[in-house]
Write a protein that binds this ligand. Sequence first.
Ligand code: FES
Ligand code: FES
Length: 159
Amino acid sequence: MGNVINLKVNGLNYSVDVELGETLLDVLREKLDITSPKRGCEMGECGACTVIMNDLAVNSCLVLAIEANNAEIYTVESLKKNGKLHPLQKSFVDNGAIQCGFCTPGMLMSAKALIDRNPDPTEDDIKEAIAGNICRCTGYKPIVEAIKKAVSTMKKEGS
Ligand code: FES
Ligand code: FES
């Protein structure tokens, strides 16, 4: 028998019927059609499924749907505002931080969670924040650079 959970995703309220073993990743992708969180290892090791849940970056493959009851979730779909890319997204594009793109949504949400709690992170803070996100393409340097540049853009814009 299913259980109904309530959750707020990208500012919208949902009630979803879930099974006991279902994960937050399953709910987002299969039931809400929010497909930016990627299904990678499903073991908490690659970070491709990272979303922000109650202000923290979490691996949605490790969160049971029932644990997400009443949670507030944000995915990459929330970043673009009025047709404009978020400074983090723009910086990833401008700095060659996206190659195949599989890791990108998770990277962006780890970076977003970091700058939400610390608008002036050091390079070490950035590296620590994305330590759980694996990228097989870029060698990480362009990603760290992109986050640093986005931080400085956001400081200038006061956003
Ligand atoms: S799919 Fe969740 S950590 Fe890899
Ligand atoms: S861009 Fe391909 S895994 Fe990161």
